[in-house]
Design a protein around this ligand. Structure first.
Ligand SMILES: Nc1ncnc2c1ncn2[C@@H]1O[C@H](COP(=O)(O)OP(=O)(O)OP(=O)(O)O)[C@@H](O)[C@H]1O
Length: 241
């Protein structure tokens, strides 16, 4: 049986035009890869190779310069994320695709448990039930209970990262984008987070990830895609077995 990818990236390229400086900055160049349900595809490559830019293209933070980003949604429709309109993108972010970056964006004065529960609120889950699930996840990530009721604005890097991760994981997305999710965590906390990500993967979430630590790639990746400096081609190191 041939495995259908949930996401197929075909010849994705992105460059940035700096009009006022009359310069063009190359970023991701001619990237092609597949991501499958219940599998993790890891992006590797030197700094500046365009790894984060691939994730931002999929999440449509950026419009691509060229290429296709074909996403198969829960109703089996194929959507080119490069062409989809804003409403489609917002709907997918709300219901199917999560992006965990290293930066936390939260409303001022919003309690941490509400920041984490937000994706469930958006899906219409009862607010108390959603908060309960947020607390369970925050406990699993070892975030001290005294922090749950206050805003994460003044949290440490590692505390913010766990809030971000909890928010990204809570609604069990179909596609999860991870940009160095354990970069600010100590070893013990990182292990807890990795177990939660593995659990999500076992439940069928497709994951496209960038990891800071090579041992996590060895442990978690089903497929590794190497990006080289712009204007080289993508190499697939290990195909899904
Ligand atoms: N918004 C932007 N405007 C201009 N250039 C950008 C922008 N975003 C990224 N770039 C450039 O694109 C290139 C690739 O950046 P990107 O962050 O995708 O690389 P990366 O492989 O994730 O790097 P790292 O491993 O250091 O995080 C870099 O040269 C960067 O300066």
């Amino acid at each position: 049986m041939t495995l259908e990818p949930i996401l197929r990236i075909e010849n994705y390229s992105k460059h940035f035009d700096l009009h006022e400086q009359d310069k063009q900055i190359p970023s991701s160049d001619n990237v092609s890869l597949n991501v499958y349900s219940g599998r993790l595809t890891a992006l590797v490559g030197p700094t500046g190779a365009g790894k984060s830019t691939v994730l931002k293209g999929v999440y449509r933070t950026y419009l691509p310069s060229s290429g296709r980003l074909l996403y198969r949604d829960a109703t089996h429709h194929l959507i080119d994320l490069a062409q989809a309109d804003e409403h489609q993108i917002l709907a997918l972010r709300k219901t199917e695709i999560s992006f965990v970056t290293q930066f936390l964006h939260a409303l001022p004065r919003q309690a941490t448990e509400d920041v984490v529960a937000q994706p469930l609120f958006q899906r219409g889950v009862d607010r108390e039930e959603a908060r309960g699930r947020a607390r369970t996840l925050l406990a699993a990530m070892n975030l001290p209970e005294r922090l749950w009721g206050i805003s994460p604005a003044t949290f440490s890097g590692g505390e913010k990262q766990r809030v971000n991760l909890a928010r990204g994981l809570i609604a069990k997305p179909r596609l999860l984008l991870l940009d160095e999710p354990t970069a600010s965590l100590d070893k013990k906390t990182s292990e807890r987070v990795v177990c939660l990500i593995e659990q999500l993967k076992d439940e069928g979430t497709a994951i496209l990830a960038i990891f800071h630590h090579p041992e996590l790639i060895t442990r978690m990746a089903d497929q590794v895609v190497e990006l080289e400096a712009p204007f080289d081609n993508t190499k697939i190191l290990a195909e899904v077995s």
